[in-house]
Design a protein around this ligand. Structure first.
Ligand SMILES: [Zn+2]
Length: 488
C-alpha cells in the first residue's frame, strides 16, 4: 500500500469510528427494549437464548431443563461409537409461512429458494466460502449431512409448494410497547409477560398469523415483521431480534408444568422478513442499516435452524466458564460484534493440545454472515443426535452412498402444470444432476446444477407454455419430462 492510500485508509477508519460511536449513542436513546434486556450490548440479536430464559416468565425452570437436555444429548453423542463420517443424510420437509401486512413483506419465491439453497449449502459444507475456514480449524469442521426441502404435501396430503402466504392485519408482531421513557421496570416486566407471546401470534391463524403444520413432521419457518411499535418513543419501530427458534424439548423426562410452558409456543423458527435470503429486495431500516450485508446474507436462518436442532451459541452465552456443551468449539468470553475480527482469543481452551482462537467463522457466533462458513463436527453430531432423540418424525434418512441418476429414471415433477415453483424429485439422493429447461423451440432457458439432494426446487420465471425438463446425471444419463407452465 503506498503512502497516499495509507493516509486515505486512516481517514476512512477514523470516519468509520466516529460513525459507529454516533450510532451507538443513537441506539442507547432509541432501543428501550433491547436496552432493558442487554444493557452492555445494545443492538439487535438472535432471540433464541433469551427465549429459553424468559419463556417461563423468567422463572428459570425452562432454562434448567433445557440445560439438562443439553447435558443428556452431549452424553449420548460422546457414547456413540459409530464413525462420524458414516451414516445417512437426514432430509427435513420444510414449510415457509410468509405472513405479511404490506406487499413488500410478501417476499417472492425466488428469495425463499435462494434461502433454501444457502441452508443446504451450509449444512452440507458446500458453501462457496468453506475454503476460507482458517487452517487451525480444518480438522474440526464438517458436513452435517442435514438437508432441507420444500414440503411436497401439506398436512392433509395435498400437493404444495411448501410456501404459504397469509395477509395479516398486524403491522408489528413484536407488539405495542405501552410504556414511556423512564418506566424501565415496567418495560422489563412487559418483556417477561408479553414479548414472546406477541411474536408467536405469527404461529396462530386466529391471532393474525398462520397455523403451524404438524410440528413433529415439518420444520415450520414463519416470516414476518418482528419489530415492536413504540408510540411513546416517537413511534420508534424497534427490532430486538432478527429471528429466534424454539429449542428441542424432552417430552419423556420433563415435568408436565415445564412441558406445558413449552407447549405455549409452537416449535419452529420465527424470522424478520428482511433477514431471509441474500437476494431479498427489502433492506433493514434505520437505525439498523449497519446490519445490511451482515445479517442479510441468508446465514441468519442457518444460525436459527442450528438452534432448532439443539445448538447453543458458540460462546456459551456467558464468559470463559460457560460452554456450549460441545467439546470441539473453542470457548470465548462473549459473542463477536457482528464483524469479522480474526484476532481474538479470549479464553484459554485447549482443543487437541492447542489453544484455539475465537471461531468467528462458526454459524453460531454473532459474526458477519460473510465470514461464517462452518459447523464443527461436534455441532454436526449434536444436531443429528437431537433429530434422532427429540425430533424423530421430522426427518427422513436417505442413504448417502447411492445417487447415480439412471437413464429415463422415473423422476417426479410437481406441481405440473406449475405456476412457476417446481419440485423435482429424483426418487433417491443424487450426487450431481444438471437440470435444463428447454422451450418448445429447443432453446435452453434455464440451466442449473444440483448436488447431494433428492428433491431439487426451481423457480421457473418464464412465460406460460409448454417446456421440457432434461435431467442429466454425472455420466450423461438423461431423463426428459414434459412441463406445462401457467403463470398467474
Ligand atoms: Zn442465536
Amino acid at each position: 500500500m503506498n503512502k497516499r492510500k495509507n493516509s486515505l485508509a486512516l481517514v476512512l477508519a477514523f470516519v468509520a469510528h466516529i460513525c459507529s460511536l454516533s450510532m451507538n449513542a443513537q441506539d442507547l436513546i432509541s432501543n428501550p427494549v433491547t436496552n432493558a434486556i442487554r444493557q452492555n450490548a445494545n443492538y439487535p440479536s438472535c432471540g433464541s437464548f433469551e427465549f429459553i430464559e424468559k419463556a417461563d416468565h423468567n422463572q428459570g425452570h425452562f432454562k434448567h431443563f433445557s440445560n439438562q437436555l443439553m447435558e443428556d444429548i452431549s452424553q449420548i453423542v460422546s457414547n456413540k461409537s459409530e464413525s462420524r463420517a458414516e451414516g445417512d443424510n437426514y432430509s427435513i420437509p420444510t414449510v415457509f409461512h410468509i405472513v405479511y401486512n404490506d406487499e413488500s413483506e410478501n417476499i417472492p419465491d425466488s428469495v425463499i429458494l435462494n434461502q433454501l439453497n444457502i441452508l443446504n449449502e451450509c449444512f452440507r459444507r458446500q458453501n462457496a466460502n468453506a475454503s476460507e475456514t482458517r487452517t487451525v480449524f480444518l480438522d474440526l469442521v464438517g458436513d452435517a449431512r442435514i438437508e432441507f426441502r420444500l414440503a411436497e404435501q401439506d398436512p392433509s396430503g395435498m400437493p404444495t409448494s411448501g410456501i404459504t402466504r397469509t395477509s395479516s392485519p398486524i403491522e408489528h408482531f413484536g407488539g405495542l410497547l405501552p410504556y414511556a421513557p423512564g418506566e424501565n421496570a415496567e418495560i422489563v416486566q412487559w418483556i417477561n409477560d408479553s414479548l414472546f407471546y406477541n411474536y408467536f401470534r405469527l404461529t396462530e391463524t386466529s391471532l393474525g398469523g398462520q397455523d403451524a403444520w404438524d410440528t413433529e413432521r415439518y420444520l415450520n419457518i414463519w416470516i414476518g415483521d418482528l419489530r415492536i411499535f413504540e408510540p411513546q418513543f416517537n413511534n420508534f419501530e424497534e427490532l430486538v431480534y432478527f429471528g429466534l427458534a424454539t429449542p428441542p424439548i424432552d417430552h419423556v423426562n420433563w415435568p408436565d408444568s415445564v412441558i406445558g410452558q413449552a407447549n405455549d409456543f409452537e416449535q419452529g423458527v420465527l424470522m424478520h422478513y428482511a433477514n431471509i435470503g441474500s437476494n431479498n429486495p427489502n433492506l433493514l431500516a434505520a437505525p439498523y442499516t449497519g446490519f445490511n450485508g451482515v445479517t442479510t446474507t441468508g446465514k441468519m436462518l442457518v444460525h436459527e435452524v442450528g438452534h432448532y436442532l439443539g445448538l447453543r451459541h458458540i460462546w456459551g452465552d456467558g464468559n470463559c466458564n460457560f460452554d456450549d456443551f460441545i467439546d470441539d468449539t473453542p470457548n470465548s468470553v462473549s459473542e463477536s460484534s457482528w464483524n469479522c475480527n480474526f484476532n481474538l482469543n479470549s479464553c484459554l481452551d485447549n482443543i487437541g493440545d492447542e489453544d484455539l482462537p475465537n471461531m468467528v467463522e462458526n454459524y453460531m457466533d454473532y459474526s458477519s454472515g460473510d465470514c461464517q462458513n462452518s459447523f464443527t463436527i461436534g455441532q454436526a453430531d449434536l444436531m443429528r443426535a437431537v433429530l434422532e432423540e427429540y425430533r424423530p418424525l421430522v426427518y427422513e434418512a436417505i442413504p448417502a452412498s447411492n445417487g447415480i441418476l439412471k437413464a429415463n429414471a422415473s423422476i417426479k415433477c410437481y406441481p405440473n402444470p406449475s405456476s412457476g415453483l417446481l419440485n423435482i424429485d429424483f426418487g433417491q439422493q443424487q450426487k450431481e444432476v444438471e437440470i435444463r429447461i428447454q422451450n418448445s423451440l429447443g432453446q435452453i432457458v434455464i440451466n442449473e446444477a444440483f448436488k447431494n439432494m433428492q428433491v431439487a426446487n426451481l423457480n421457473l420465471n418464464l412465460p406460460s407454455g409448454l417446456y421440457f425438463l432434461v435431467a442429466e446425471g454425472d455420466s450423461g444419463q438423461k431423463t426428459v419430462k414434459k412441463l406445462v407452465l401457467e403463470q398467474n
